[in-house]
Design a protein around this ligand. Structure first.
Ligand SMILES: NC(=O)c1ccc[n+]([C@@H]2O[C@H](COP(=O)([O-])OP(=O)(O)OC[C@H]3O[C@@H](n4cnc5c(N)ncnc54)[C@H](OP(=O)(O)O)[C@@H]3O)[C@@H](O)[C@H]2O)c1
Length: 344
C-alpha cells in the first residue's frame, strides 16, 4: 500500500447522538477510514449496534466513556458533542497532532467575546480559536485542505450561506437587507428530552422560535460579512417543522441593481460549477426537503420578482448530513486530499 491509499484511523466522540449516528453510517462504509474508537457520555461500555440497531451487521464495536487513552490511536477525531463540551477535548487533541473536526459551535468564532455573548460561556481555549477553519466546504475548501482543526458549520448557516454567497460576493445584492426565513425538522435540536420537542407538542403544529436571539445569527453575520467584505446583519427567523430532518430556507434579497433570472442562474452555475453536492434548479423549479433527505446535497432554487424587485432564493438541506455529519466527512475528505465525495 502506498501513502496515497493509506487508511486513516478515526475516533468519534459523541457517538450516541443524532449526528454521531449519521457519522457512523458514513464512516463504516468510507473506503479510507478505520474506526478505532467510539465514546460518549455513557456510564459503562455499550455495543453501538445495540444502541442503534440500524448499524447491525455493519459494525461491531463498543462505545465507551471518554478517556484520553481511547483517542490515542486515532489520526483524526470527530467531536459530535454539545457546545461548551468540545472545547474541553480540542486543545489536547490538537497538541497531540490529531486532525479534529468539531461539529459544535465552540470554534466557529475567532473571537471569544462573541462566543461569550451568544453562548453564555467563557471560552476555555481562546488561544486555540485562530487555528480553526470554518468548514463550509464549498466556500473555504482551500483553507480546509491545510487545516488541523475544523469548526463544522451550524445547520441553519449552511443552508442560508450557500444560497446567498454567490450573489453576495459578486455584489449583486445588498448586504444590509438579508431576510432568512428557515424551517427545520426536530433532530436539529439533538437527541435529548425536552418538553417543547415532545411528539404531541410538535406534531400537527408549526411555530417560530428564538426570533432575534437564535445562536446561529452571529455565525451567519460573521461568514456573510467575510464574503461581502463589509458588515452584515441578517434578519433570521427560525421555525420548527413537524418532521424529523431537513431545513428549508427562504431567503429574501434586495438586488443592488435590477437583475434578471438568467444573470442569477449564470452566477450560481459559475460559482458552483465544481461542487458535486450543490444541486441548482432552474426557475421556476424550487427545492423540496424530500429531494435532499438522506443526502449531503444542498438544493438551490430562486425567483426574481419583477413587481417587488426582490430576489428570493430557496435552499434545502438535510440538517444531519449537509448541515452536520455529511459536511464533516466532506471536510475530512478535503483535509486528506481525497475526492470530496469519497464514502458517500
Ligand atoms: N442535530 C443537528 O442537526 C446538528 C446540526 C449541526 C450541528 N450540530 C451540532 O453537533 C453537535 C452534536 O449534535 P447532536 O444533534 O448529535 O447532539 P445529541 O444528539 O444531543 O448528541 C450529543 C452527543 O454528545 C455526547 N455527550 C454529551 N456530553 C458529553 C460529555 N461531557 N462527554 C462525552 N460525550 C458527551 C452525548 O452522549 P449521551 O447520549 O450519552 O448523553 C451524545 O452522544 C452539537 O454541538 C450540535 O449543536 C447538530
Amino acid at each position: 500500500m502506498t501513502t496515497d491509499d493509506k487508511i486513516l484511523r478515526v475516533a468519534l466522540v459523541g457517538a450516541t447522538g443524532y449526528t454521531g449516528l449519521e457519522l457512523l453510517k458514513l464512516l463504516v462504509r468510507h473506503p479510507r477510514v478505520e474506526l478505532v474508537s467510539l465514546t460518549a457520555k455513557v456510564d459503562k461500555p455499550v455495543c453501538i449496534q445495540r444502541e442503534f440497531p440500524v448499524l447491525e451487521g455493519l459494525i461491531d464495536m463498543e462505545c465507551r466513556p471518554p478517556e484520553p487513552a481511547a483517542l490515542a490511536a486515532a489520526d483524526a477525531v470527530f467531536l459530535a458533542l454539545p457546545h461548551t463540551v468540545s472545547m474541553k477535548f480540542v486543545p489536547e487533541l490538537v497538541k497531540a497532532g490529531k486532525k479534529v473536526i468539531d461539529l459544535s459551535a465552540d470554534y466557529r468564532f475567532p473571537d471569544a467575546g462573541a462566543y461569550r455573548e451568544w453562548y453564555g460561556a467563557e471560552h476555555l481555549d481562546p488561544a486555540g480559536l485562530p487555528e480553526a477553519v470554518y468548514g463550509l466546504t464549498e466556500i473555504y475548501r482551500d483553507k480546509i485542505a491545510s487545516a488541523r482543526l475544523i469548526a463544522n458549520p451550524g445547520c441553519y448557516p449552511t443552508g442560508a450561506i450557500l444560497g446567498i454567497a454567490p450573489v453576495l460576493e459578486a455584489g449583486l445584492v445588498e448586504p444590509a437587507s438579508i431576510v432568512i426565513d428557515a424551517k427545520t425538522g426536530v433532530t436539529g435540536a439533538g437527541r435529548k428530552a425536552s418538553l417543547p420537542l415532545l411528539f404531541p407538542e410538535v406534531n400537527e403544529n408549526f411555530r417560530a422560535y428564538n426570533l432575534v436571539v437564535h445562536k446561529h445569527t452571529p455565525e451567519m453575520n460573521l461568514i456573510l460579512g467575510e464574503i461581502a467584505g463589509k458588515r452584515v446583519e441578517v434578519e433570521f427567523a427560525p421555525h420548527l417543522l413537524p418532521l424529523n430532518r431537513g431545513i428549508l430556507s427562504t431567503i429574501y434579497l434586495k438586488p443592488a441593481r435590477p437583475i434578471g433570472e438568467e444573470d442569477v442562474w449564470e452566477r450560481f452555475q459559475s460559482r458552483y460549477r465544481e461542487d458535486r453536492f450543490i444541486r441548482l434548479l432552474r426557475p421556476p423549479a424550487l427545492p423540496e426537503l424530500k429531494d435532499v433527505a438522506g443526502t449531503n446535497n444542498c438544493a438551490i432554487g430562486f425567483r426574481a420578482n419583477p413587481r417587488t424587485g426582490n430576489l428570493i432564493v430557496v435552499t434545502a438541506i438535510d440538517n444531519l448530513l449537509k448541515g452536520a455529519a455529511g459536511q464533516a466527512v466532506q471536510n475530512l475528505n478535503a483535509m486528506e486530499g481525497w475526492g470530496e465525495g469519497t464514502g458517500f
